[in-house]
Ligand binder design. Structure first.
Ligand SMILES: [Zn+2]
Length: 473
């Protein structure tokens, strides 16, 4: 009996190792050990979009997986594919989001251009790059395609020699089977580099104190790149503080005062490539509450705010695992029509077909779906807080007053939630993704919903684990 078990186990192991070898062969057959970066301009209006190549570069050694070449997670507004032009075989793909896509969603009039990049293993032979976008039914449809010959004169194979100091905070092993995070900093002067190092360490420690990152810490490497700035702090147009810094980080993206993004993608990518990386984070040397996160681009966070630890983990949820915001009473809520299509984000659902709920296997028998949660009381309270928040911002009060408001919000909502029968249950709680009605989240509370607790809901945790798997195999 024992012998039989061993034999079966040996056969399973040998199948697994054959599968590994065949995937290994795909990588070695089609790709070198370098990274190809395609920089392009993404231009358009609210209803059309166009692409134009800027440059095709060598972005250093490949940090991504050599095993998981195809992205099967179905995340992001956009998706890119690399196809071998001879066999038409799909050899690499990834989902992503972009600042252009975000800009389109705010319904701005007129034209705009954003600089973007896609990165993939350096192909040995000509390949076709295809960019797809979700259509009205959330299915990906091709919107742009070009053939890239790696031996062409428009492709630059030389590696940029980084002049920036880099430091490693966490090193657990080879880039290929680890998630490699690069942390950049903006608005730190040369004399504030010790502070940058401290901020990198304390915020990274925070990330790895939250599940599922905590249990998966050994799957990660974390490295940082210094970019000393001439002035301390970054651009803040709303209160009239203007600065120019190496990464061009600025509050007020799309005129939202707390939304901090950097649009100089060309510079940022060159600096990030000082180290091998899969995911990028930018720390802002500021006290003013703010941040942002774009899936597979980067996350940003103001490092000195009372809620920096919360924002850091929350924004990383966006950029790492394409998590939707679960809040809906904030003033960043954009107008959207009635929901007839299931959102693609892993942590929200329109509950159009409860039998196919994304996190159905996590719901215990007996939990009602939708799940009652005292929504009316919470909404009245939360919209009132948002009104106060807008008034404080308009009056340009010191940051301490805003932080006091957030503390009061946290205390009252924690009390409200503590009385709820389903506070620890997985279910379908109405409200999320900037919509008061018709969208549901998996738990009463989550770091993508409130600043109450450093905890991801079960749907978010599941999505994060799947992305970690994709980069650490
Ligand atoms: Zn969540």
């Amino acid at each position: 009996m024992k012998k039989l078990t061993i034999l079966i186990l040996a056969s399973v192991l040998s199948t697994a190792s054959n599968a590994q070898k065949s995937k290994d062969l795909i990588y070695n057959r089609y790709f070198t050990g370098q990274t190809m970066r395609v920089d392009y301009f993404h231009t358009g209006t609210a209803t059309e979009e166009h692409f134009c190549i800027d440059r095709i570069l060598n972005d250093g050694s490949w940090a991504g997986s050599k095993m998981v070449m195809l992205d099967e997670l179905n995340l992001g507004l956009y998706f890119f594919k690399i196809t071998d032009t001879v066999s038409e075989k799909l050899i690499y793909s990834r989902g992503f989001a972009s600042i252009f896509g975000e800009w389109q969603s705010i319904g701005d009039k007129g034209w705009n251009t954003f600089h973007e990049s896609v990165r993939f293993p350096w192909p040995k032979m000509p390949v076709r790059l295809t960019i797809e976008k979700r259509d009205a039914n959330n299915n990906f449809t091709a919107i742009w395609s070009i053939v890239i010959d790696p031996k062409s004169r428009i492709v630059n194979p030389s590696v940029l020699k980084s002049k920036n100091n880099v430091f490693t905070y966490i090193e657990n092993g080879h880039s290929a089977d680890h998630v490699d995070i690069v942390i950049l900093g903006d608005g730190y002067t040369a004399s504030e580099m010790d502070k940058f190092h401290k901020d990198v360490k304390s915020l990274t420690d925070e990330l790895f104190s939250v599940e599922p990152f905590k249990s998966r810490k050994t799957d990660f490497n974390v490295r940082a790149v210094e970019t000393p700035s001439a002035t301390s702090g970054v651009n803040k147009p709303h209160p009239g503080v203007f600065n120019r810094t190496p990464l061009s980080m600025s509050y007020g993206a799309f005129d939202s005062e707390r939304y901090a993004l950097a649009f100089d993608n060309r510079t940022i990518r060159d600096i990030a490539a000082s180290v091998p990386y899969d995911h990028m984070f930018i720390l802002i040397n500021e006290r003013t509450y703010g941040g942002g996160g774009i899936f597979n681009l980067y996350s940003t966070v103001a490092a000195d705010n009372k809620f920096s630890r919360y924002i850091f983990v929350h924004e990383f949820g966006h950029s790492f695992a394409a998590l939707a915001d679960e809040y809906y009473t904030s003033d960043v809520a954009y107008q959207t029509p009635a929901i007839t299509i299931e959102p693609w984000e892993p942590n929200v659902t329109a509950l159009l077909d409860p039998d196919k709920l994304k996190w159905k296997e996590l719901i215990k028998t007996g939990t009602p779906v939708p799940t009652p949660w005292g929504k009316a009381e919470f909404d009245t309270f939360s919209y009132e807080i948002q009104k106060e928040r807008r008034a404080l911002r308009a009056a340009n009060v010191p940051e301490t007053e805003m932080e006091a408001l957030f503390e009061r919000e946290k205390k009252i909502s924690l009390e409200m939630f503590s009385k709820n029968k389903y506070r620890d249950s997985t279910g379908a709680f109405e409200g999320g993704n900037y919509m008061q009605y018709g969208i549901y989240r998996s738990a009463l509370d989550c770091i993508m919903f409130t600043r109450n607790k450093q905890e991801f809901c079960p749907a978010c945790a599941k999505a994060i684990s799947e992305v970690i798997d994709m980069y650490s195999k």
